[in-house]
Ligand binder design. Structure first.
Ligand SMILES: [Zn+2]
Ligand SMILES: [Zn+2]
Length: 358
């Protein structure tokens, strides 16, 4: 089968023929219908995280069970959304209501299958979903209703779960609270959508790219602000001089975390959703931390339980109360995925989604 493979750190990803094993006990083969291209895929290529190579990219996808290994529950033909952090339900975090911090998660890359010449192959986050098929443990597949638009359903497994969970579970945004969102990629746009659904106002969308303005307003923002030195002032002008109740940093850089901090009111909360680099240090004064009374925290996978929350989001998508169309820049064939990764690196568009013929 065909998959998007990166051969080493900094190499250009290309579509290759690869082989996956048959599903073993407790495993499924899933035929992919649609798979999003996420910033974390760029992190796998540029070495921000340290996976093993050659590596099949992709971790945000929907598909249909094509073959069920011994001892599995889901039947062939079941529509599923893939979960890149399936919870073991046995470790300390799982037993204490924090399945998103499950210690059984296996890291950036997992060995599975082989390249066309018989060499070892890795898959991203245990999935490798920018491919015609995946073979995964059954707990990495979450059943969803049939008939969802595949290019929107794919986003439920990463960008939308992350963005929605950051608003609902981590920050617990209440109706009428003010929100700023810095960085308008797929996750940032999903945060805007979730903030709108939570009844927040105003919802200030912030990005360096003016081209994100229309996307932001379509996704749920009330205002678009250009990210520059005047940001904190612009935010205060729209929040009676205080700053927002909640700022969401969706870039993963110290400079934007600091901008989020400065845009937040005294006693407000900054939620870091972006994944940054380990050598990018954030500096805040001890006096500022005390006097501002702000909270700074991160949101990993939306502090969510995907087994419960992905089906809820899927129902909202099916009944029309959740509209993810503004998050999808376009559906493209697998061969165009390398070019879409370049566009993502340049900050162009929202989510590019690879779709496969039915
Ligand atoms: Zn992702
Ligand atoms: Zn666990």
């Amino acid at each position: 089968m065909r998959a998007l493979v990166v051969r080493g750190r900094g190499a250009t990803p290309a579509v290759e023929e690869v082989r996956l094993p048959d599903p073993g006990p407790g495993e499924l083969r899933v035929r992919i219908r649609a798979a999003g291209i996420c910033h974390s895929d760029l992190a796998m290529v540029d070495g921000t995280v340290a996976p093993a190579y050659p590596l099949v990219l992709g971790h945000e996808a929907t598909g249909v069970v094509a073959e069920a290994g011994p001892g599995t529950r889901l039947a062939v033909g079941t529509p599923v959304v893939l979960n890149w952090a399936p919870a073991c339900r046995a470790c300390w975090h799982c037993r204490h209501g924090e399945p998103w911090l499950c210690t059984a998660n296996t890291g950036a890359s997992v060995a599975r299958g082989e390249t066309a010449d018989g060499g070892p192959l890795q898959v991203t986050l245990g999935l490798g979903a920018l491919a015609e098929e995946v073979v995964v443990p059954e707990r990495a597949a979450i059943e969803v209703p049939a008939g969802l638009p595949p290019e929107q359903a794919a986003l439920l497994g990463c960008a939308v779960l992350t963005g929605t969970g950051a608003v609902r579970n981590t920050a617990r945004v209440n109706p009428g609270e003010s929100v700023a969102v810095i960085g308008l990629g797929g996750v940032g746009l999903a945060v805007l959508t979730a903030a709108r659904r939570a009844g927040a106002a105003p919802i200030l969308a912030v990005d360096v790219a003016e081209a994100k303005r229309d996307l932001a307003l379509a996704a749920g923002a009330t205002d678009f602000l250009h990210s520059d030195d005047t940001l904190a002032k612009e935010v205060r002008a729209r929040t009676e001089g205080r700053g927002v109740d909640h700022a969401f940093e969706c870039v993963g850089r110290s400079v934007t975390i600091r901008a989020a901090w400065r845009a937040t009111r005294r006693g407000g909360a900054v939620t870091v959703v972006g994944m940054g680099a380990k050598d990018d240090l954030l500096s805040l004064s001890a006096l500022d931390i005390f006097h501002s009374a702000r909270t700074l925290r991160s949101s990993v996978y939306g502090s969510s339980d995907p087994d419960r929350e992905v089906p809820e989001l899927a129902v909202a998508l099916a009944d029309g109360s959740l509209d993810l169309a503004p998050l999808v820049s376009g559906a493209i064939p697998l061969d165009e995925a390398p070019a879409a990764l370049d566009r993502l690196a340049r900050g162009e568009g929202a989510r590019w989604v690879v779709t496969f013929p039915d």
